[in-house]
Write a protein that binds this ligand. Sequence first.
Ligand SMILES: C[S@@+](CC[C@H](N)C(=O)[O-])C[C@H]1O[C@@H](n2cnc3c(N)ncnc32)[C@H](O)[C@@H]1O
Length: 214
Amino acid sequence: MKALVAPEIEAYAESHSMPESPVCQALREETHRTIEHPQMVVGPLEGAFLKMMTQLVGARRILEIGTFTGYSALCFAEALPSDGTVITCDVDETSVALARRYIAQAPFGSKISIRMGPALETMKTLTGLFDLVFIDADKPNYLNYYRRSLDLLAPNGVILIDNVLWSGEVLKQPAPDASTAAIQELNRAVSTDPRVSAVLVTIRDGVLVVRRAG
Ligand SMILES: C[S@@+](CC[C@H](N)C(=O)[O-])C[C@H]1O[C@@H](n2cnc3c(N)ncnc32)[C@H](O)[C@@H]1O
C-alpha cells in the first residue's frame, strides 16, 4: 500500500490522537512479525478514527466485514459500551487464529463474535439493525457489501468503507485491474445515491463515511 500522507504528518496526527491500547499495539507488532500482508491492519491513526466514530454514533451493535488479525474489531470493542457487540466476518483461518488469541486476552474481547465464511453469505443470515458497519474485505464485492449494509443499517447508523483511494489507483482511467474498477464503481455509486450522504476522508488509504440522507 502506497503512503498517501507524508510519514511525518501521519506520525504527528497519530501522536495527537487517541492512543492505541496495549493489546492492539502487541497485536499489530505480532501481525507484522508473523503474518503475510501485515499492512492490511488499519493501524493506530485509523484505529483512533474508528473508535471516535463508534463513540459519536453512540454505537451498541457493530458489523465488520474483514477481521484479518482482529485489530479493527478490538478498536471497536474498546470504544463500545459494556453491553455493545461486534460481529466480524472472515474466511481466512490463519489470520483469524491470531485474532482469536488476542480477543481472548483483551479486557473488552468478549464483545466480539467471529463468523467464518464468505461475508455476503453471513450478511444474508443477519437480522436486526447495526449502528455501524465497517467494510474492509475483498474489493470486487464492495458494492454488494454496501447494498446489503444499507438493508442492515439503523436509521442513524454509519457505514465506513476502507481503502477507497486504493493507493491513488482510483485516479487511473481505465482502471488497471478488477479491484480498482470495483472501488471506482463503489465510489461512483455511493456519491450519486440519493438515499445517502457521504464524505471521502483522506485518512490512510481513504475511508468513505456514509449515512442516510436527511
Ligand atoms: C484488509 S483485511 C481486514 C483488516 C482488518 N479490518 C484490520 O484492520 O485489522 C481484509 C480481510 O478480508 C478477508 N476476506 C476476503 N474475502 C472475504 C470474504 N469473501 N468474506 C469475508 N472475508 C473476506 C481477508 O481474509 C482479510 O482477512
